[in-house]
Design a protein around this ligand. Structure first.
Ligand code: SF4
Ligand code: SF4
Length: 119
């Protein structure tokens, strides 16, 4: 069982990328960065945004972690949404996905995957 948190771009989520339908489809079909879970169930513990520009991701993740532990819903892996990756290429997003992934791994000990759906 993969216990997953997905983080997305607050500017894109539910506006350009409506209601996160692409990521839900990719999870259902195990494509893109969800292919790695093709032989196991996925438990989406949380899906939340980056905290808005300039990306208040760490405090948000700490909060998710605290609440998760308090309600018995901890997680193992964080996916940085394809929206965050694209925001860096097209919208001058200040988040550097590689740096953020390293920070999350170092400070929280969680696995981090850069990307989600393949479209
Ligand atoms: S890439 Fe995924 S997480 Fe990001 S807004 Fe689109 S569907 Fe949601
Ligand atoms: S910091 Fe990046 S991912 Fe977050 S809202 Fe701004 S552009 Fe989107």
């Amino acid at each position: 069982m993969a216990r997953v948190v997905i983080l997305n771009c607050k500017k894109i989520r539910d506006i350009l990328c409506v209601s996160c339908m692409k990521c839900y489809k990719a999870m259902q079909e195990r494509v893109g960065e969800f292919e790695r879970y093709k032989d196991e169930p996925i438990d989406i513990v949380a899906m939340g945004d980056c905290g808005d520009c300039p990306g208040l991701v760490m405090p948000k993740l700490v909060l998710i972690s605290d609440i998760g532990k308090a309600i018995g819903r901890d997680f193992d892996v964080v996916h940085l949404g394809t929206c965050i990756v694209k925001a860096g290429m097209t919208a001058k997003c200040p988040i550097n996905p590689e740096e953020l992934a390293k920070k999350i791994k170092d400070k929280m000990g969680k696995e981090v995957i850069i990307g989600t759906h393949p479209w």
